[in-house]
Design a protein around this ligand. Structure first.
Ligand SMILES: O=C(O)[C@H](O)[C@@H](O)[C@H](O)[C@H](O)COP(=O)(O)O
Ligand code: SF4
Length: 606
């Protein structure tokens, strides 16, 4: 099928915009790729140190025979249910590498924050920056420079973008991402969400709520809503950086182990001695556009409007929100996974999963097919759904028709003719809104503003009954420079409680929302942020604000001269103090100072 014209045009304008930075990136990559293997290139002491702890046979192989040595970067910890299963993956990987005349070492670990644990807590202010800390930690791991390929073990929100940004700074290395799969389904996401609204309204107590939450989050694996973590998985499938179809197979089974072994075989098949395919060549403009399209077609997390700008930049590719917006106009919404629908990712996989989505988009000419991936047959392999054969090996079956058209639909009969993301412009700055989960009759909200300097003060006003009205809640001083741009997902239950009372409610903030907070009309990532002189600092209680997701406008309806003459408020001193104290915030002062805007990817290294 011929490539969609708009997809081709957006790709071309990205290619032109990125020509200089991408060329510099590829020159650096080629220089690094030309070098001999670490064991023959580095000094004797460096080599001896590198392999001192290796089992003798492995050491002989890598030092004398120069067999490929895989660097494993792992985000294992016991805090993220999604990452706990990684604990024993390195042993599995080393064993499989040996079977294929290769070796593997854990090059290093990276930190991983669970946004569910830190949601609404001070730790969340470190969350966005943890992405670049993970990227830096990936570089520390790979800077040992004795690897011929890498395997990245990570799933969740900032971890995959961080690993990807780090890996792309070692773009000369073939790299495969290795997931651990989703948690099995427990209490449904909508029942969990309903319990939270009841708790926000004081109708259930802590004990009942804790019981409900614990039934939702009950075991190992990724949480089952389609938030940032599972959006990461979908995008890695669309970028061809996974073993095809590996994203949403539950952890703890022998089949899951076999998929991990397949990742070893896959990465060894693309090292220098075979059809060499370094990650810096896989992640090109077409690959990035394919990821953007997969995000739009599935109503993925708004965090990716920040993260994938940074990921692209790490490969010398410059994308912006207008690119997302132009693509969103031609990419249909063909998946409804909670919060965009009732189904969780296990039901999504059952209905056809990433394989179905990618096949539909390729068949419709809405994805680039002429791309490099980590597999010999390219992105078409990602239309396959893997299953175990009798002998335990893997067989892929190309995704057929939707098995549940309340979850996935074909491109000709989508849930919506366009993707769920819009860019909003106007006198409050630029922002984004995810409308795929917002009821159509709430796509335009016009109401008086109530201004808050923190999420806590909004919750206090709600609990004091001060918000029982049509209201646009403005929560400012939440941008990356101010306090690290936390997710304000704890605002979802009170705002939903007001919405369910029939009030017109919207949120406008320079902060982020979780990938899992879709039903409230929210203009987020407002740039420039209030702490960088952005117009949110000028908004006052009672100003009429109009959020119009149909025309793509966010405006305060005030006489332009009055608005121009308005003196911006200053961030309260107490806030400025607390933004830089406790929970390690002091250590992140340099990142808050250096960070670029949300639209530029909130990069701390440029
Ligand atoms: O971007 C995301 O997808 C969220 O950060 C997600 O990873 C986070 O864990 C949510 O906070 C979980 O949702 P609850 O807080 O509703 O459990
Ligand atoms: S999906 Fe979110 S809450 Fe679940 S393990 Fe990952 S970071 Fe934590």
């Amino acid at each position: 099928m011929k490539l969609n014209l708009t997809v081709a045009e957006v790709t071309q304008r990205i290619r032109e915009r990125s020509a200089e930075t991408r060329q510099a990136y590829l020159q650096q990559l080629d220089k690094m790729a030309k070098r001999p293997p670490g064991a023959s290139r580095m000094g004797c002491a460096n080599v001896a140190h590198s392999f001192a702890a290796m089992p003798a046979n492995d050491k002989f192989k890598v030092v004398k025979e120069h067999v490929p040595n895989i660097g494993i970067v792992t985000a294992y910890n016991d805090m993220l249910s999604a990452h706990a299963p990684f604990q024993h993956f390195p042993d599995l990987i080393k064993e499989e590498a040996r079977k294929h005349n290769a070796t593997a070492q854990v090059a290093g670990g990276v930190p991983a924050m669970c946004d569910g644990i830190t949601q609404g807590m001070p730790g969340m202010e470190l969350s966005l920056f943890s992405r670049d800390v993970i990227a830096m930690s990936t570089s520390v791991a790979l800077s040992h420079d004795v690897f011929d390929a890498t395997l990245m073990l990570g799933v969740c929100d900032k971890i995959v973008p961080g690993l990807l940004i780090g890996a792309l700074h070692f773009g000369h290395l073939p790299t495969v991402f290795v997931p651990a799969g989703p948690m099995t389904s427990g209490l449904s996401n909508s029942e969990k969400s309903h319990m939270r609204v009841l708790a926000a309204e004081g109708k259930v107590g802590r004990e009942e709520l804790l019981e409900a939450e614990s039934k939702a989050y009950h075991g190992p694996g990724t949480c089952t809503f389609y938030g940032t973590a599972n959006s990461n998985q979908m995008l890695l499938e669309a970028m061809g950086l996974h073993v095809p179809g590996t994203a949403f197979i539950n952890p703890g089974s022998e089949f899951r182990n076999e998929l991990t072994r397949e990742a070893v075989r896959t990465v060894l098949d693309i090292t220098r001695n075979k059809n060499f395919t370094p990650i810096g060549h896989v992640v090109d403009e077409r690959c990035i556009v394919n990821a953007m399209i997969a995000l739009l077609a599935t109503g993925g997390s708004t965090n990716h409007l920040i993260h994938w700008v940074a990921v692209a930049r790490a490969a010398g590719i410059i994308i912006n929100w207008d690119d997302f917006c132009t693509l969103s106009d031609v990419v249909p919404l063909i998946a409804r996974v909670y919060p965009n629908g009732e189904a969780d990712v296990n039901a999504f996989q059952e209905a056809g999963g990433p394989g179905y989505v990618i096949r539909e988009l390729l068949d419709a000419g809405l994805m680039h097919e002429d791309v490099a991936t980590v597999r010999p047959n390219g992105i078409r392999e990602a239309t396959g759904i893997p299953a175990p054969k009798e002998d335990g090996s893997i067989v892929w079956t190309v995704a057929g028709a939707s098995k549940d058209d309340s979850v996935v639909r074909p491109v000709p009969a989508p849930f919506s003719p366009n993707g769920g993301i819009k860019v909003l412009r106007g006198n409050l700055g630029r922002s984004v809104i995810k409308i795929s989960a917002v009821p159509e009759d709430l796509h335009v909200i016009e109401a008086p503003a109530k201004v808050f300097d923190s999420q806590e003060s909004l919750i206090a006003a709600f609990q004091a009954g001060e918000l029982n009205m049509n209201v646009v809640c403005v929560v400012r001083w939440q941008g990356p420079h101010a306090n690290g741009m936390p997710e304000l997902h704890k605002l979802t239950p009170p705002l939903k409680a007001l919405q369910s009372k029939g009030f017109d409610v919207a949120l406008v903030t320079d902060g982020r929302m979780s990938g899992a907070s879709g039903k409230i009309p929210a203009a987020i990532h407002v740039s420039p942020e209030a702490a960088a002189g952005g117009p949110l600092a000028k908004v006052q209680d009672g100003d009429i604000i109009r959020l119009d997701a149909i025309t793509g406008r966010l405006e305060v309806l005030i006489d332009p001269e009055d608005w121009a003459g308005r003196v911006p408020s200053k961030m309260p001193h107490s806030l400025r103090e607390s933004n830089n104290q406790g929970m390690g915030r002091e250590l992140f002062a340099g990142l808050r100072h250096n960070v670029t805007s949300a639209e530029e990817g909130a990069c701390t290294w440029l």
